[in-house]
Design a protein around this ligand. Structure first.
Ligand code: PXP
Length: 396
């Protein structure tokens, strides 16, 4: 993750944490160092007082301390390679007290403290001279005003892939659990779309599921499929709200890589034309690469879905940065070319927020993580219900 937030103060709430994450990602971007990693610790007055004493030989608490990763004494960093910018330690106690004193929100004060801390990490220093203090103050004012003016132009939404519910059903070859019922629950819980992958081997989702979902889905039905003749005819008959073309290999456990649009332009273009005639927009599931984006644009796709699998499965932080940056720049490039942008694969409760913050992204397609979590969040009640039947003869 480009920004790691460490909560060491029990008073910090979730909305303040996500505010800090969003602001710091934006601040890094505005300072042209979005490839750099930043740690932010939200702590107590007594903890920051201890750091102040240990590292600055000063008594008492302060509001923010910055610890550059590469403390060489140089003014401004000049490398844009993935690396750690440093740590910012913020006293949440101070932030709350200062917000009260200045009649602003805690979030606004936290923004100021993050901006101040980041500028120190970048070599700005108001204590060096009066001129340096002016330079830092001007930069702070500029960043805070950009932060205030920032309005996201697209709000991202969640589309839930219910294939895994069908996988459990198919394991027994009976009717339960029904992905159609799962889709309804997802929509009631706030999902703005339902995704199903109708594979040629019908290993999970069946034709019947897609037909019923076409009738029952109240949001949007996104049909993932390979560009095979039989499936294309099925899609033309069903008319989902969106068709996402994916590569499909019989032996794979799940979709492995993005489509190679560059080498399959002709075949994919033909499918897009067919869908276009039926007024079905097409999304191409591609790796975040400029060549694939340009090819998708050339053949008339409406959307691209950027493959987030390599980002999600990155072996270490440096690789995750690299993959994140590829997704970020690809999303921007696709948007500038006039393509609409979705993303998905391997997203979970830890790696999704950074992707959701990327401006051009409209929809995140997430399946495995949600269904896996549902097993555990639902297991407690499922066992309690069965205990009631076994021990009391009835659920009620
Ligand atoms: N997008 C596409 C194109 C996929 O093939 C899949 C997997 O079916 C997903 C998104 C969802 O991936 P996950 O189940 O890992 O969330």
């Amino acid at each position: 993750m480009p920004v790691e937030l460490i909560k060491q103060h029990s008073g910090v709430n979730d909305s303040e944490l996500s505010h800090c994450r969003r602001s710091s990602l934006l601040i890094l971007r505005l300072c042209a160092v979005s490839q750099q990693h930043l740690n932010i610790v939200l702590t107590t007055d007594s903890d920051i007082a201890e750091l102040n004493r240990r590292y600055r030989s000063k008594d008492g608490a302060t509001n923010v301390l910055s610890f550059p990763f590469n403390d060489s004494g140089d003014s401004f960093i000049d490398s844009l390679s993935p690396q750690t910018l440093g740590d910012i330690v913020i006293s949440y106690d101070h932030a709350v007290a200062e917000a009260r004193k200045l009649s602003c929100s805690t979030e606004q004060r936290l923004d100021w403290l993050i901006v101040h801390g980041v500028l120190h990490l970048l070599g700005y220093d108001h204590e060096r001279s009066a001129r340096d203090a002016d330079i830092m103050f001007d930069k702070e004012t500029e960043l805070l005003s950009e932060l205030k003016n920032y309005r996201r132009f697209i709000m991202p939404h969640l589309a839930v892939n219910v294939d895994h519910v069908a996988t459990i059903r198919q394991a027994r070859g009976i009717d339960d659990p029904d992905p159609v019922a799962a889709a309804a629950v997802c929509e009631l819980a706030g999902a703005k779309g339902i995704v199903v992958h109708l594979r040629e081997d019908r290993r999970h989702i069946q034709d019947r599921d897609v037909r019923i979902l076409r009738e029952t889905v109240k949001t949007k039905l996104n049909l993932e499929m390979g560009a095979a003749k039989e499936i294309i005819s099925f899609a033309l008959d069903i008319k989902p709200d969106l068709v996402t073309l994916v590569p499909e290999k019989r032996q794979e456990l799940t979709t492995e890589g993005g489509l190679d649009v560059v080498s399959q332009k002709k075949k994919l273009a033909k499918t897009i034309v067919k869908m276009d005639k039926a007024s079905i927009p097409v999304s191409l599931f591609i790796d975040p690469k400029s060549s694939q984006i340009k090819a998708a644009k050339d053949i008339g796709a409406t959307f691209v879905e950027l493959h987030t699998g390599r980002y999600a499965e990155a072996a270490d932080e440096a690789q995750q940065f690299e993959e994140f940056e590829m997704i970020r720049t690809s999303a921007e490039e696709a948007h500038l070319l006039g393509l609409r942008v979705n993303a998905g694969h391997g997203l979970n409760y830890f790696n999704t927020s950074a992707i959701a913050l990327l401006d051009p992204i409209e929809e995140l397609s997430i399946g495995h993580a949600i269904i896996s979590r549902a097993v555990f969040s639902g297991l407690d009640l499922a066992v309690r219900d069965m205990c009631a039947i076994v021990e009391n003869g009835s659920l009620y």
